[in-house]
Ligand binder design. Structure first.
Ligand SMILES: [Zn+2]
Ligand SMILES: [Zn+2]
Length: 341
């Protein structure tokens, strides 16, 4: 079968290659992949960025995917065969206190399919049966790789309370920022999505198609932009989804007293700030990472209901154009590239 393999430790050492089809072992199933999204962490692994030294080549990338179960290994209920499924991207041991509390994304032994071991940028992938999630037949399999990013946005918003009419500013119009903004709008919030000049071509127009208000903050003070949109009270909630250390630092000045800052991005730089004003303003600074099984189930329902036009986010590439898709994604001019099989 064809697969996109990170074959060496050097940046960009990844290519489409012919590899043997995997065989499901005890407790595992074989899935024929329908589509697999390219995520920011795949780009970091592709580039061998600092913080990704634990990715050991050769490994087939891909953790945001959906497909059809073709075969079950020993010890697995054969009724899975023929079922449409997605798979938990971050896989816990399912035995520790975090896993038993439903927080397998916080498991001390967590592993990511497609980074720690072979993933789904391939014709077929093997997965543990206890990490599967069944998909309803009315959810388009080619869109279902978006279940993972939707679950991440749902998980983030579960960290906060959003009431109708709340003022929510979101920085970073990548897939997670767009999804957080769209979901906050579904909750009845007034939402402003902030981007940079480079987002004017693809990402901000996509946001507008989703019915979101947008603004460009490059060369302008974000305080001024947020104040002129929401009025002197500033935002109730600021969601930082851009991954820019500067944007995170500024975010403390964009909410009113008692406001909340929710951080869902990852950063490649340290952030320093003087804490006393935030203490006096009694700000809440929250962090959110990945998602739980419960978030996946909610994401699947939301996508099956077509609560948002999720197709705006996906851009399809055939698997043999994976390298081109990675290069384009690195240029920041795509939303969610999906390799379709
Ligand atoms: Zn991901
Ligand atoms: Zn665990």
């Amino acid at each position: 079968m064809q697969a996109f393999v990170k074959f060496g430790k050097e940046p960009g050492q990844a290519a489409v290659a012919e590899v043997p089809r995997p065989v499901p072992g005890h407790g595992e199933v074989l899935i024929k992949v329908a589509g697999c999204g390219i995520c920011g962490s795949d780009l970091h692994a592709y580039n061998s960025d600092p913080g990704y030294e634990w990715v050991t080549p050769p490994v087939i990338l891909g953790h945001e995917f959906a497909g059809v179960v073709m075969e079950t290994g020993p010890g697995v209920d054969s009724r899975w065969v023929g079922g449409h499924v997605t798979v938990m991207a971050i896989q816990g041991c399912l035995r520790c206190p975090a896993c038993l509390a439903g927080n397998s994304h916080l498991c001390p032994e967590r592993k990511v399919i497609g980074l720690h071991f072979d993933g789904a940028m391939a014709g077929y992938v093997v997965s543990k049966a206890d990490q599967l999630l069944p998909l309803p037949s009315n959810l388009d399999l080619s869109l279902a790789p978006l279940v993972e990013p939707v679950s991440v946005a749902l998980h983030a918003l579960r960290r906060v309370v959003i009431r109708p009419g709340d003022k929510v500013a979101v920085s970073g119009p990548g897939p997670i920022g767009l999804l957080c903004a769209s979901l906050a709008k579904l909750h009845g919030a007034q939402v402003l999505l902030l981007g940079m000049n480079r987002d004017a071509k693809v990402r901000l127009p996509a946001a507008q198609r989703l019915g979101l208000d947008t603004a460009i903050v490059e060369g302008e003070s974000s305080e001024e932009v947020v104040r002129s949109h929401f009025g002197p009270g500033m935002a109730d909630l600021f969601i930082e989804a851009s991954g820019s250390a500067a944007a995170l630092k500024t975010s403390l000045g964009l909410v009113h007293r008692g406001g909340v800052i929710l951080v869902v991005a990852l950063y490649n730089q340290e952030v320093t700030w003087f804490p006393s004003p935030a203490v006096r303003d009694e700000l809440s600074l929250l962090f959110s990472y990945a998602s739980t099984r419960q978030d996946y189930l909610q994401a699947i329902n939301l996508m099956a209901e077509q609560a948002i036009d999720f197709s705006v986010l996906a851009q399809n590439f055939p698997l043999d154009k994976a390298e081109e898709a990675f290069q384009e994604a690195l240029g920041g001019q795509l939303l969610k590239p999906v390799l379709v099989l």
